[in-house]
Design a protein around this ligand. Sequence first.
Ligand SMILES: [Zn+2]
Length: 258
Amino acid sequence: MVSKPAPIPTEHMPQPAMLIYSDTAGWRHEEGIAGGNVALMEIAGDKGLGYFTTQHSEIFNAETLSRFDLIVFNSATGDSLSADQKAAFEAWLADDGAVILIHGSIDASQSDWSFYQDEMVGPHFISHPMAPQFQAADIVVLNTGHPVMAGLPDRFSATDEWYSFDGVPDDRFVTLAGLDETTYDPRNTVYGVEDLRMGDQPEDHAIIWARCLPDGGRVVASALGHTIESFKATEHRQLLSNAIDWTRRAGEDAVGCE
Ligand SMILES: [Zn+2]
């Protein structure tokens, strides 16, 4: 296989900068990738951050990654990185790196990469409702003091494709928000597993969580973000803005990792 040249961000890219990656060796969310990229670039612009979007995994090399302090996997799916590229990413993350995982990026299609699935994602995706695929549901904030939840209502409605997982994140993670399953129909009546209920309480159905890795990296995982419209919601944009700040340690350094 002929390898492609690595993308090279312009030397004029403001610093610090955010890399937005959305290659899809698995399911491709055209809309969510487009909507998420626009929202992330707008938020980065508001913060004075540089940004670069790509779908080329060749960007995962030590030299290029050193120009970024945050990487967003925006519905990146499947096993798209080579072993060398994974190693470059893991070394970058271990040096106080910051990561945000959006929607398809936690759909378990990267399970071949054990570090990614086990250390950054946690629970395994099972399925999502169909017919209707997109539903309004209540998100309940479960950690109101966490910086990633700052400014969000304790409970708010969002419309999205709602993921269910094989369990809640273990205690290496901080669960930030969960779904109130009484506010939508958590079934897939079209294919696969039909009953996608995870429990009566929002604590039983985590939908946004975070982790402070032992060697310093920070990760926020959010199941939101299938559609363009989902990225226009005020609460979603606040969440992304907060996640950008917290993973980058732009606020108070230790808060959220104790
Ligand atoms: Zn989706």
